[in-house]
Design a binder for this molecule. Structure first.
Ligand SMILES: [Zn+2]
Length: 102
């Protein structure tokens, strides 16, 4: 997966198209990610103990990683990610401007 936790991404399709947010969670097996403020579902919560109020909370649901692109901090728009070797490690770079994306 080219997307990592903590990345800022932009949604390319679906209901949240155009939204940007921070990646909160990456699920490589399902190729899904959870992005802050994206794909929010309302969830009903039952009161767990007496005096507790149940209610509705908002939770972010995962979206497929192919639906987002990483935002390049320099281009300030969603870009394709490439790789290059820096010293002994592979780093991600913006395919457009070559900026290393940490
Ligand atoms: Zn760039």
């Amino acid at each position: 997966m080219k997307i990592r936790k903590g990345d800022t991404v932009q949604v390319l399709s679906g209901n949240d198209k155009g939204k940007t947010g921070e990646v909160l969670e990456v699920m490589p097996k399902q190729e899904k990610i959870v992005v802050k403020g994206v794909n929010i579902r309302k969830k009903h919560v039952k009161p767990r103990k007496q005096g507790d109020e149940g209610g509705i909370i908002s939770v972010e649901c995962g979206i497929h990683s192919s639906k987002v692109n990483v935002l390049c901090p320099k281009c300030n728009k969603p870009v394709r990610i490439g790789y290059k070797m820096e010293k002994d490690s592979k780093v991600r770079v913006c395919k457009k401007c070559g900026t290393v994306i940490k």
